[in-house]
Design a protein around this ligand. Structure first.
Ligand SMILES: [Fe+2]
Length: 346
C-alpha cells in the first residue's frame, strides 16, 4: 500500500493507494488542502478514485464534494450520513475496492450515528471512534455514549491487537499506535463497565469546536464555506496595493473609479479622497445607474479587504472586466497614515 498522512491542525487525512493499479482512496480530506492532496497523489503516481468521509465532521470543512466534482469520482460515506451528495453509501460488512486494496467497512456509531472505521491490510482508519489516548466525543449532534461503548468494546477493541490505528484527529503530534496499545494505555478505555463509561463521556464538558455551525451546515448540505467563497473570489480578481492606490490618488488618476462598498455611515466617517459610495448590499441593483461605462477601471475597497474582494468578483461576473480589489482595506489604509476624507453623500 502506498500511504500518505496529511495533517491540518489537529485533523488528519490519509491517502491510501494500490501500488499495482495506481489508484487511491482519500480519507477525510480537508478543504484547504485540496492542492496538497492532488500534488501528493501525482508525486506518488496515484489517481484518486474514492473520496471517503469516516463521518459527518463538525470541526473541519470536508473537501469530498468539491474534489468529487473536480475529479469525477464518488463520495463515499456510511449509509446513515445525512449528506445528500454522497454517491456511494456503504454499510457494515461491505468493502470499497480501491484497485487491489479492500477497505472493509465497520459501522461504529457513537461519536456520530454515521461513524465508520475502515480496515485495510494492517491498518484501521478509526475516524473519531478511537483516537490516540482518547475517543471521539459524544456530545455533538447524533452522538451517543452507549453506542460508542458498543462500537469500541464489541467491535474495534476485539480486532487484532497489533493492528495500527489511524484516527481522524491527533492533537498531540503522535504518529502511531495499535489497538493493543490503546486498550492497555488509553485512559478512556479503562472504564470497561457501560455505566461508568457513559458517565465519563457525559461529564467531559468539552468546549464546542470552532466553526461548528458552519462545518455542520456545509458538510451536511454540500454548501460552500465563507473561506471557500473568499478564496474563489480572490483567485479570480486582481489586486492593487495600498501604496499603488495612494500614488494614483495623489496623482488624481482620472481613469480609476474608487468604489467604497461599505455602508453609508462608514463612508461618511472617512473615505479615500475621490471615492464613490456603493454599498455591497446594493451593488447588483445599482450598477446600471452608478457605473454606466463597463470599460472603466474600478477598484473596490471596504473596511478589511474581504467584502471588497467579493464585490470585485461580482462586478467582474457582471461584465466589468477591469475591476480590481484593494489588497487590504480602509483599516490598513488609515493605519498607513494615508489620507481620508470625511463627508456626507450628496
Ligand atoms: Fe468528528
Amino acid at each position: 500500500m502506498i500511504f500518505e498522512q496529511i495533517a491540518t491542525g489537529g485533523c488528519q487525512s490519509y491517502l491510501a493507494g494500490c501500488a499495482d493499479t495506481c489508484v487511491a482512496a482519500l480519507i477525510d480530506p480537508e478543504l484547504s488542502q485540496i492542492d496538497h492532496y492532488l500534488a501528493l497523489a501525482a508525486r506518488d503516481g496515484l489517481r484518486i478514485r474514492h473520496l471517503i468521509d469516516t463521518h459527518t465532521h463538525a470541526d473541519h470543512f470536508s473537501a469530498t464534494r468539491q474534489l468529487a466534482r473536480q475529479l469525477g469520482v464518488p463520495v463515499v460515506m456510511h449509509r446513515a450520513s445525512p449528506a445528500p451528495f454522497v454517491d456511494m453509501r456503504v454499510g457494515d460488512g461491505e468493502m470499497v475496492a480501491v484497485g487491489k486494496l479492500r477497505l472493509q467497512v465497520l459501522h461504529t456509531p457513537g461519536h456520530t450515528a454515521d461513524s465508520m472505521c475502515l480496515l485495510v491490510e494492517d491498518r484501521l482508519f478509526t475516524g473519531d471512534t478511537l483516537l490516540f489516548g482518547a475517543t471521539g466525543r459524544t456530545d455533538l449532534p447524533t452522538g451517543d455514549p452507549n453506542a460508542l461503548f458498543d462500537s469500541l468494546f464489541d467491535r474495534v477493541l476485539k480486532l487484532e491487537p497489533g493492528l495500527g490505528i489511524f484516527p481522524a484527529h491527533d492533537y498531540k503530534g503522535r504518529q502511531a499506535s495499535t489497538i493493543g496499545h490503546e486498550l492497555a494505555n488509553n485512559p478512556r478505555l479503562q472504564k470497561r463497565e457501560r455505566a461508568a463509561f457513559v458517565a465519563m463521556m457525559n461529564s467531559l464538558n468539552l468546549s464546542m469546536p470552532t466553526h461548528i455551525t458552519e462545518a455542520l451546515r456545509t458538510n451536511m448540505s454540500g454548501g460552500k464555506a465563507v473561506a471557500q467563497l473568499l478564496a474563489e473570489a480572490a483567485a479570480a480578481v486582481p489586486f492593487m496595493s495600498l501604496a499603488e492606490l495612494k500614488a494614483r490618488v495623489d496623482s488624481a488618476d482620472a481613469d480609476l473609479i474608487v468604489l467604497d462598498v461599505r455602508e453609508r455611515d462608514a463612508y461618511e466617517a472617512g473615505h479615500i479622497p475621490g471615492a464613490r459610495l456603493l454599498p455591497r448590499g446594493q451593488l447588483e441593483l445599482r450598477v446600471n445607474e452608478e457605473l454606466p461605462d463597463p470599460t472603466r477601471r474600478i477598484l473596490a475597497c471596504c473596511e478589511l479587504g474581504q467584502v471588497s474582494t467579493l464585490a470585485a468578483f461580482t462586478l467582474r461576473q457582471m461584465g466589468f472586466p477591469y475591476t480590481v480589489a484593494l489588497d487590504g482595506g480602509m483599516k490598513a489604509w488609515r493605519e498607513a497614515g494615508y489620507p481620508v476624507k470625511p463627508g456626507r453623500v450628496a
